[in-house]
Design a protein around this ligand. Structure first.
Ligand code: SF4
Ligand code: SF4
Length: 174
């Protein structure tokens, strides 16, 4: 009887060991693979995530006014495998600790993560291009000098011309 009272008193002092969810916040365990988050600012539209996606949950498509590429991820198709995060070169996509995935059946096609990777015009020829993300530059070069910064504002064709010593068009690139 004494040990029973001791346990009751100890538990009263310590409080509940379980989370009060759904009446309070419940913390996610470290490393939980929850809902995917996309960061358009750091995406270089390499489309690797779309290629490796185990669930076929990711799609890139050009927006009708050609302002850029739209990223769409259907949460209810995602298998939480983490391949998109693993293969993304710029860490522009990652799985969060958010495990709230319940939604109504009628909302299933609208239960998405979206983002727009905006095109920018090439500084030399004006061709719309996907800008190089700041994170990719810092991962690749650390400190970005003036030459590299200038190249990042050129499309792949103008970069090829300016960097190719035997290119006949080299002098045309400003
Ligand atoms: S999110 Fe990452 S892997 Fe996907 S297209 Fe953007 S840069 Fe590439
Ligand atoms: S976690 Fe897996 S299934 Fe989900 S979007 Fe990323 S690659 Fe696709």
């Amino acid at each position: 009887m004494f040990s029973f009272i001791k346990i009751v008193l100890r538990n009263l002092i310590r409080g509940p060991s379980t989370e009060p969810y759904p009446f309070g916040k419940a913390s996610a365990p470290k490393g939980l693979r929850g809902k995917v988050k996309f960061d358009a600012h750091n995406c270089v539209a390499c489309r690797m995530c779309e290629h490796v996606c185990a669930g076929g949950a990711i799609q890139f498509s050009e927006v009708p006014d050609k302002r850029g590429l739209k990223f769409t991820l259907w949460h209810n198709t995602c298998a939480f495998c983490g391949l998109c995060e693993y293969y993304c070169p710029t860490k522009a996509i990652h799985l969060t600790g958010d495990y709230h995935t319940a939604h109504l059946q009628k909302d299933k096609y609208g239960y998405v993560e979206t983002g727009l990777v905006k095109y920018q015009p090439c500084a030399n020829c004006g061709t719309p291009m996907v800008p190089v993300s700041p994170r990719l530059l810092s991962l690749a070069y650390g400190q970005v000098n003036g030459d590299i910064a200038r190249l990042t504002h050129l499309c792949s064709e103008c970069r090829r011309q300016i960097c190719d010593p035997v290119s006949s068009n080299r002098s045309e690139v400003k």
